[in-house]
Every structure is written in C-alpha cells, then in structure tokens.
Design a protein around this ligand. Structure first.
Ligand code: APR
Length: 241
C-alpha cells in the first residue's frame, strides 16, 4: 500500500501534522458536506450554514444543528481517529488540524487538536458573541443570551465568516514546520484550510493524501492513496512498529 519513500519519510519524521475533513468521520456514520447524504430536508449545507440563513430562519438552522448533534452523540470515533491518537503517542511532535466540528478526534484521545471551524457543542450569542456551553439534554428551542437577550447560535464557522482568532495562523505555522503532513478526508475546496498542505509541500514536507476520491491536490502531493482513512491509517502506524 505504501511506497519506500513514504516509509522512509515516516520513520525519520520528527514533526507530523495532519489535516482532517468531513470524510474522516464518514466511517462513524456522519455524512460529509458535499456528498449526496449531506442534504437535510432537501437543503444543502451551503444553504443553511450561513449568517444570512440564520437571520432569515433561525429555527430551521437550529433544528438542523440539533439533528446533527444528535447524530454525532450517537456516533463513535472510528479506526482512523484511534490510529491518529496512536500516531500522536508514537512521534516527537504531532499536531492535528481539523475542519470537523464533531469532537470525535478528542473523544478518541488525541490531545493536540486545533479546530479550524469551531465545535458543534459550543455556542455563542449571535449579537454580543458571549460564549455558552449548551450541555445536555440538547435544547430544541433556541436559547436567548443571558447578557443581551439576542439569539444563541452554533459555535461553528459558517460560509463567509472568518476562522477563529489565531486558529489559522497557528495552523499555518504547524503546516510549515511539519516534515510529514497527512491530508485525510477532505475535498480540499474550502479555503484557507486547503492551503495548509501546500505550505507543507513548499517547505519540503512529505505530504500524504488519503481519500477514496481524487481531489485537486492529488497530483501535487507526494503520495495519494485512494482508500478510506479508517483503512489506511491503522496500516500506516504499523510502519513505526
Ligand atoms: N476516508 C477518507 N476520505 C473520505 C472518506 C473516508 N472514509 N469518505 C469520504 N471521503 C472524502 C470524500 O471523497 C471528500 O473528498 O472526504 C471528502 C469530504 O469532503 P467535504 O464533504 O467537502 O468535507 P470537507 O473537505 O471537510 O469540507 C470542508 O466545508 O461545509 C464546510 O465547514 C464545512 O468543514 C467543512 C468544510
């Protein structure tokens, strides 16, 4: 499954950085964004994950997030998540950058995680930005801000919004300093996250892409494996044993 170059790059790696996307959680039963199953009540994520959609119909957007939170709470981390935790424990330096908001990497035990697009279990006021933890049971009705009274929104990054303060600049530094970079489960179409593997490549890192489908980065990376992350990563860590 792996080339000689890949094995040698991985064995000598001192600083591994990984970027994950929605496909990484697909094997946990969570639909990706751009696949057919990403649709909910015939709406695409692009129609619901925007500040405009929330302003127009906050109840609908909140309902979609409640649906997704329930799905995630009923899901478990998969073999890919656990393999990354093992990888983190096997190398000197490891950093995981994720576009996922589902907390599954943390539930699998990975420690060094930067969430580029926020976390679905956090929320904040739409107006004054005060942070709230929703807690359990999930609230079916949109709560109001205890500070200014405006509506509470999911604590994720929507289309057209900037990434959390420092999350991208820190990730850019991690990517540039990696000697081995793994890109797994992302269609690499959403910027600026899709730039991170390019930063790593430009600084001479070995970049491995894991995705059952080709992406626009497949021909640029050092090696592209057209398989599921939950299949490839448990095999990858055996190289270090
Ligand atoms: N293993 C690895 N990759 C997989 C698997 C799997 N088991 N199943 C699907 N994939 C791949 C698909 O081929 C696709 O390229 O995962 C990718 C998922 O792509 P998207 O749905 O576009 O997800 P992502 O790249 O994370 O999207 C980025 O867009 O909507 C926003 O904020 C949202 O974080 C999200 C961002």
């Amino acid at each position: 499954m792996f080339s000689k170059e890949l094995k040698s790059a991985l064995r000598s790696a001192k600083n591994i950085v990984c970027l994950t996307g929605a496909g990484f959680s697909a094997e946990s039963g969570i639909p990706t964004f751009r696949g057919e199953k990403g649709l909910w009540k015939n709406y695409s994520p692009e129609e619901l994950a925007t500040p405009q959609a929330f302003l127009q119909n906050p109840e609908l957007v909140w309902e979609w997030y409640t649906f997704r939170k329930k799905l995630i709470l009923g899901a478990e981390p998969n073999a890919g998540h656990f393999a990354l935790t093992e990888l983190e424990n096997s190398v000197e330096k490891f950093h995981l950058i994720t576009q996922n908001v589902d907390n599954l990497h943390q539930r699998a035990g990975t420690q060094n995680v930067t969430e580029l697009h926020g976390n679905i279990f956090k929320c904040r006021c739409f107006r004054c930005g005060k942070d709230f933890e929703e807690g359990l049971p999930l609230q079916e009705e949109i709560p109001s801000c205890t500070f200014c009274g405006d509506l509470i929104r999911p604590g994720v990054v929507w289309f057209g919004e900037s990434l959390p303060f420092n999350a991208f600049s820190d990730s850019a530094i991690f990517a540039r300093s990696a000697d081995f970079f793994i890109l797994a489960g992302t269609s690499a179409v959403v910027y600026p996250a899709a730039e991170l593997p390019i930063y790593a490549l430009n600084e001479g890192a070995f970049v491995l892409e894991i995705n059952p489908e080709r992406t626009r980065l497949s021909t640029l990376v050092s090696e592209s494996i057209l398989e599921k992350s939950g299949t490839v990563l448990p095999e990858l860590i055996k190289i270090l044993k």
